[in-house]
Design a protein around this ligand. Structure first.
Ligand SMILES: CCCCC/C=C/C(=O)SCCNC(=O)CCNC(=O)[C@H](O)C(C)(C)COP(=O)(O)OP(=O)(O)OC[C@H]1O[C@@H](n2cnc3c(N)ncnc32)[C@H](O)[C@@H]1OP(=O)(O)O
Length: 375
């Protein structure tokens, strides 16, 4: 059996304590690609059986022949669930995947001081001097975010939320901070076609942005170079944004036939006023670092030549402040709006799901991929 058929869910315990909703179940199914370690055939069969029961009900398929070992093992596992109700199967599925996920993240959850954490292919994650640094690591692709990278960032944030560090930093390797969503993500179409792709992407987006909304510790963006798309919109959910004077901030959603995400449809007008926000989010105006700072999106701008030195000196000092006090203050500032932000995130994700199926969006992506257009 392929591991990719049994992706693992990244889900909060509070969600699984409740009855699993259709959304939780879909999240589980969508995020199962997080699985990096083979959970073993027994677990894979359990997941398979619960998935089939949850989506199709009791097994009424003809029993496969004795020699078709894999199909028979799957059939046996599904049949063994008898008349288990679909809702219960869904709940059990979500809980099972959640338990897999927490054991996966606890095995990489507590970083050794001064060490690079293993298990990430698209990121470099280190924890040192009270700072967990998550560095996007696809410099030759301007740190464009692939599906795997979204999933690894969620894992890294979940681990950072639980580790001993006082603050968490997101930054990019190379000359870019991040060029946004990897447009090649749209070329990997599942058997259910483009509708299924759009639906899965909307769930992934919602869960990804949700991790930033819920992140409990001070979260700092070290914007080392140009930032595009979702890497810009998310900045409204960070507590501090430091930028090199080489950085630019660009959200070309209309050019791409898309619409804003990362809660920017709410946070940007709140931060910079609706007129400035509209110029960025509707008309795709690219801001320099100094403009972004003047509009409140960036905390402070540093000359590129001294950027790393100045920023890390500052962050090392902040990381020595009492961690609980920082955490509590952050939560006081952010928690008031958490529910609202989750609602906005869901709405933005669902609007984008529709945009991804539009001709405007399809044409823009085809243009980029066929190299006719660049930003
Ligand atoms: C599921 C969740 C969805 C969330 C929704 C998110 C939406 C967004 O983020 S919208 C923004 C999407 N991003 C873009 O439209 C940027 C597209 N990229 C560009 O326009 C340019 O690459 C550039 C301006 C960022 C950089 O231009 P340049 O300095 O000339 O460098 P290259 O174009 O040669 O780039 C080097 C290399 O990297 C690849 N690449 C860069 N960005 C992306 C990207 N976003 N998606 C896919 N690939 C990207 C580029 O194709 C080059 O690859 P090679 O040709 O193979 O070297």
């Amino acid at each position: 059996m392929q591991i990719s058929n049994f992706p693992v869910l990244q889900m909060h315990k509070s969600q699984t304590a409740m009855r699993a909703s259709q959304k939780d179940f879909e999240s589980a199914v969508n995020q199962m690609k997080l699985l990096t370690k083979d959970p073993g055939n027994e677990m894979k069969l359990k997941l398979y059986a619960l998935y089939k029961q949850a989506t199709e009900g009791p097994c009424n398929m003809p029993k496969p022949g004795m020699l078709d070992l894999i199909s028979k093992a799957k059939w046996d596992a599904w049949s063994a669930l008898g008349s288990l109700p679909k809702e219960t199967a869904k709940q059990n599925y979500v809980e099972l995947v959640s338990s897999l996920s927490s054991s996966a993240s606890s095995s990489q959850g507590k970083p050794d001081a001064d060490s690079k954490q293993p298990g990430y292919e698209t990121l470099v994650v280190t924890s040192e001097n009270g700072i967990t640094k998550i560095m996007l690591n696809r410099p030759t692709k301007k740190n464009a975010i692939t599906t795997q990278m979204y999933q690894e960032i969620m894992l890294a944030l979940e681990a950072a939320a639980k580790d001993d560090s006082a603050i968490t930093v997101l930054t990019g390797n190379g000359d870019y901070y991040c060029s946004g969503n990897d447009l090649n993500n749209f070329t990997d179409i599942p058997p259910g076609g483009v509708e299924e792709k759009a639906k899965n992407s909307a769930i992934l987006l919602r869960d990804f942005v949700g991790c930033f909304i819920d992140f409990p510790k001070p979260l700092i963006a070290v914007v080392n170079g140009p930032a595009v798309g979702i890497s810009v919109t998310l900045l409204g959910l960070f507590d501090i944004v430091y930028a090199s004077d080489r950085a630019t901030f660009h959200t070309p959603f209309s050019h791409l036939g898309q619409s804003p995400e990362g809660c920017s449809s709410y946070m940007f007008p709140k931060i910079m006023g609706s007129a400035k926000a509209a110029e960025m989010l509707i008309f795709g105006k690219k801001l320099t670092a100094r403009e972004a700072c003047a509009q409140g999106l960036v905390t402070e701008v540093f000359p590129d030549s001294t950027f790393q030195k100045e920023v890390w000196t500052r962050l090392k000092a902040y990381s020595k402040l009492p961690p609980n006090a920082m955490r509590i203050s952050k939560q006081l500032i952010r928690n008031v709006e958490k529910e609202k932000l989750h609602a906005i995130n869901s709405e933005e994700s669902s609007v984008l799901q529709g945009r991804w199926l539009s001709d405007e969006c399809t044409n823009a992506i085809m243009n980029f991929l066929s190299r006719k257009a660049k930003l």
